[in-house]
Design a protein around this ligand. Structure first.
Ligand code: UN1
Length: 512
């Protein structure tokens, strides 16, 4: 069996057979239950992690609190220097970390590398931003007064991330949080804890080299009890949560209850509209990558194709042909396009969704199924499949984190846009067209209701420079580019009177 150099990468990243799941800067400890991380690629145990108990959590919070008081004194461009060095370190570890992501999570090595590239990109972005945390200045209505606003850090930022982007989501949050002067506490997914430890090892190196407080970046591997504690802890000013709509609803409600802030990145149900004017060669590639990339486990994965009736048969035939060429297998082998699902539970959900779809009347034009035999011993490899459906089916309204693509027909573009919007989620969307009128309508207020709307690009693979997130049951949060940094800071309006009299605003007279 080929090892693809994974042992060496694990050792380079400081991952052992037994690891401690709690860390603040240099110190690693943990006193909770044991967690085992198995690779969905070959079913082998990669390593064990001792998770946190609640006393460990309390200790991490104390360390983070102390670090915050120190870190907020450091000027923002100097904090940017920390992030710059972190980005350099990520370049050194790109290959190893990309490999670990691929091995522990199951996405292709190319996509694992892409994920680390996103981390590097957000670091570069944040470094520049560390000199641009701008507020407005305003003209006061009172003479001899100056008005302006400034942004201050929030304090401790809690990050709860999902298995599908086990490293990048953390960095989107931390790179911004740190330049803004916050400290972070990260609960990585229990399905990819070693990716968490590897990242924490990398930032620890940078913190140590710079003699910075150990609590700037803390990590805590734990179960939902630790998650609940974080969500309900008033010490944690902002919770950035990526995961299901079901859990996000609880997180959002609990954080709001204590008037905390939250960024919610929840489910998607992303569609591409294929108009009669689509350039089919490129559109098919976009749709197939969107549907089968990361084995359909991105929140931006393409789940639905809404196809003009005049090209429906043609598109269907091309898709069937393209799916026939997809190679499924070990994601570390670069000849393969699609790796496994994260675990057996995900495989069961995939099978249940197929069953449900058939019951509702779905007609499979490419059949699904679980792969068996040599190289598929983990039991997590499934066939990407395509079903002809109605948008109203219950299963089509639901996000299944698996490579099941639903296709449907439309007559008019208004109808297609209505179908695209007629799901509970609102993350990503796309239109394939060479007609400028169709494209502009799709992007207008009468078009897509999603946080992301693309023309002649698939639904996944967003760049870090834009604000990433979506509407409706996707949760409304935004991460990474544009002015998203403002979420990680508190805004203060300042009015300064440099005269010796005290005129009141709105012209109110008050003499003693
Ligand atoms: C996610 O699936 O949680 O747009 C994030 C993309 C990536 C991010 C996906 N940049 O596919």
């Amino acid at each position: 069996i080929q090892d693809f150099g994974i042992e060496k990468s694990l050792s380079n990243l400081g991952i052992s057979a037994e690891n401690k799941g709690v860390s603040s800067g240099g110190k690693y400890f943990a006193n909770g239950d044991l967690l085992e991380s198995y690779s969905p690629t070959d079913g082998k145990l990669i390593g064990k992690v001792t998770t946190a108990n609640t006393a460990d959590y309390d200790q991490v919070i104390e360390t983070a609190k102390k670090a915050y008081v120190e870190f907020r004194q450091i000027p923002a461009p100097k904090r940017g220097e920390l992030v710059r060095q972190f980005g350099l370190k990520l370049r050194e570890y790109k290959d190893d970390l990309g490999k670990l992501v691929s091995y522990e999570m199951g996405k292709s090595f190319q996509e694992g590398l892409g994920e680390v590239q996103e981390m590097i990109d957000i670091c570069d972005y944040a470094v520049g931003l560390s000199r641009q945390l701008h507020g407005y200045t305003m003209h006061s209505e009172r003479p001899g007064h100056r008005m302006y606003e400034q942004y201050h850090p929030l304090g401790i930022i809690g990050i709860i991330s999902a298995f599908n982007f086990p490293v990048a989501v953390w960095s989107w949050n931390t790179a911004l949080a740190w330049i803004c002067g916050n400290v972070t506490i990260w609960k990585p997914s229990e399905k990819a804890p070693l990716c968490g430890i590897a990242c924490q090892n990398i930032i620890t190196e940078v913190l140590k080299e710079n003699n910075l407080p150990e609590g700037i970046s803390t990590m805590i591997v734990g179960d939902h009890v630790i998650g609940d504690k974080m969500v309900n802890d008033k010490n944690v000013a902002l919770i950035s949560f990526t995961g299901s709509t079901k859990v996000g609803r609880i997180v959002g409600t609990n954080v709001a209850q204590r008037f905390g802030k939250s960024i919610l990145e929840l489910g998607g149900n992303n569609a591409i509209i294929f108009t009669e004017n689509a350039d089919l060669n490129m559109s098919i590639i976009g749709a197939v990558f969107g549907a089968v990339g990361t084995a359909g486990q991105r929140c931006t994965s393409t789940r639905r194709l809404i196809i003009h009736e005049s090209i429906f048969e043609d598109v269907k035939n091309r898709l069937v042909k393209a799916y026939g060429q997809i190679k499924i297998g070990n994601p570390l082998d670069e000849n393969n396009h699609v790796g496994p699902l994260i675990d057996q539970q995900a495989v069961q959900q995939y099978l249940d969704s197929i069953e449900k779809c058939k019951k509702e009347g779905g007609k499979f034009v490419v059949e699904g199924g679980v792969l068996e035999g040599e190289n598929y011993e983990s039991g997590c490899y499934v066939k990407p499949c395509i079903a002809e459906v109605e948008n109203s089916y219950e299963i089509v309204q639901h996000e299944t984190f698996a490579p099941i693509l639903y296709i449907m027909k439309y007559k008019t573009l208004d109808e297609a846009i209505a179908m695209q919007n007629d799901v509970p989620q609102g993350l990503s969307s796309a239109i394939m067209t060479t007609d400028m009128r169709q494209a502009e309508l799709f992007l207008s207020q009468n078009g897509s209701d999603c946080g992301i709307a693309n023309v002649n690009i698939g639904t996944s693979g967003a760049e870090i420079g834009g604000a990433f997130g979506g509407e409706k049951e996707t949760g409304g949060g935004r991460e990474s580019g544009s002015d998203v940094w403002k979420y990680y800071m508190r805004r203060q309006t300042n009015t300064i009177n440099y005269t010796d009299s005290l005129p009141l605003a709105q012209g109110i007279k008050f003499d003693l």
